[in-house]
Design a protein around this ligand. Structure first.
Ligand SMILES: [Zn+2]
Length: 423
């Protein structure tokens, strides 16, 4: 693996150099001497920022971007999405994920947490694209005990099979939701997680309806239910987390589980918008940021996710001081890395070299009074110039060698699926 030296970039608010050796940030300093073996990047008119962590998505759903929008949730799922998904092959999923990774690399995302079918096809696409991910094996039994048994076996099977991939490609388990996975199975997920040190990725408290049904079916709100059946630990990552009350927030804090805010998806599906950022932050709960899949957020640009999160949190509280730009920036970077257990999302010596060079000489970044403000309130993914993951350059000056092929193949798979099985 080669060493990379970035010269004269804006790094942590100072003009300095940054040296990457193997997959780590080795040194940040002024005037690091150039050696023959270094790949040298001119950082003038650029800043180094950590790569973004998209901590809740369904990557292969890029194939459904713009298909079946503006419909009620159940009509959309039952008539548009599920009939097509039932026919998706591993190859469709592979190219859908390649398209997702391409978009993420172009817009400065270096790590994501995924939940979808065919974990091996997803893992192969992540491996080939060079990005970093934790890929969830989706458990979905709907009370069918045979399916539940098969899912349990598969958790062990896939955990083992993932060992063949590089250290960028991590395995997690993803029980879909409390209304699609039985209580026994959720308890299994927690036990499996404790036994094998594996993250658990779950949709929770996304809609008011889900809370109502939880009370109706289990006599308890979602977190109280999981807590009662012993199906929560600090490895649980709870996507959406929109409808918690105070005592649910207390339990999450006490257990040490994490929550993921998905503002674009919540708005588009009209699931709600009062994400309790302040209440959860005050309790020390780790908060990450995600886009959700391209069916419900349409793009994977974390700069846009940051802006929506920042604006929305102020609007519903009628308080412009709530969730500052820095708070939101941290959810998208170091919190996301921390939640996924990776020493990154921050530009400091010793951290993993997952980072971006962004252009500072563009209209949306000028003037540069406050770079964090610009990143959250003004920028979008188009400012990303160069993306490095695990010490390797995946995009340089906007160029990714396989871009054209990925766009062509992914479009072909998307059109085939929709023409054959879509509405
Ligand atoms: Zn989701």
């Amino acid at each position: 693996m080669s060493s990379i030296l970035i010269k004269k970039a804006l790094i942590n608010n100072k003009q300095q150099d940054l040296l990457i050796i193997e997959n780590k940030i080795q040194l940040i300093s002024k005037d690091i001497p150039i050696k023959e073996e270094y790949i040298v990047i001119n950082g003038e008119n650029k800043a180094v920022i950590p790569g973004m962590a998209n901590t809740h998505t369904h990557a292969a759903m890029t194939l459904f971007r713009g298909y079946g929008d503006d419909l009620p949730l159940m009509e959309w799922l039952e008539n548009y999405i599920w009939p097509v998904e039932a026919h998706m092959t591993d190859e469709d999923i592979y190219w859908g994920v390649r398209l997702a990774c391409l978009e993420m690399i172009k817009t400065g995302t270096t790590l994501f947490l995924d939940m979808y079918a065919s974990p091996l096809a997803t893992a192969q696409a992540v491996e080939d694209s060079g990005i970093r991910a934790s890929i969830g094996y989706t458990l979905f039994d709907r009370g069918d005990t045979n399916r539940a048994q098969l899912d349990r076996k598969n958790c062990y099977k896939y955990k083992k099979e993932f060992e063949k991939f590089s250290s960028r490609v991590n395995f997690s388990i993803a029980p879909h939701a409390i209304y699609t996975v039985s209580g026994d199975q959720l308890k299994f997920c927690k036990d499996f997680s404790t036994e094998t040190n594996t993250l658990v990725h779950l949709h929770l408290s996304e809609t008011k309806e889900e809370v109502k049904n939880s009370i109706k079916n289990y006599g308890l709100r979602p977190i109280h239910y999981l807590h009662k059946i012993g199906a929560l630990n600090e490895k649980f990552i709870l996507a959406h987390s929109l409808w918690y009350n105070k005592s649910e927030i207390d339990i999450i804090a006490q257990i040490g589980a994490s929550v993921i805010h998905n503002p674009a998806s919540n708005l588009k599906l009209a699931s709600g918008y009062k994400f309790k950022f302040k209440e959860m932050q005050e309790k020390g709960i780790r908060i990450g940021l995600g886009t959700d899949g391209c069916s419900s957020s349409n793009n994977l640009d974390m700069f846009i996710a940051m802006r929506i999160a920042a604006l929305l949190g102020k609007a519903w509280r009628f308080d412009p001081t709530s969730n500052s730009a820095l708070d939101i920036y941290k959810t998208a970077t170091e919190n996301g890395y921390n939640i996924l257990g990776i020493n990154g999302g921050i530009i400091k010596e010793g951290a993993i070299a997952d980072l971006c060079l962004i252009k500072t000489n563009t209209p949306i970044m000028t003037p540069l009074h406050n770079i964090i403000s610009n990143l959250v309130y003004s920028a979008d993914g188009s400012i990303v110039d160069t993306t490095i993951v695990d010490g390797k350059i995946l995009m340089k000056e906007g160029f990714i060698p396989e871009e054209e092929e990925i766009l062509k193949k992914a479009s072909m798979h998307a059109y085939n699926l929709i023409n054959k099985y879509g509405v």
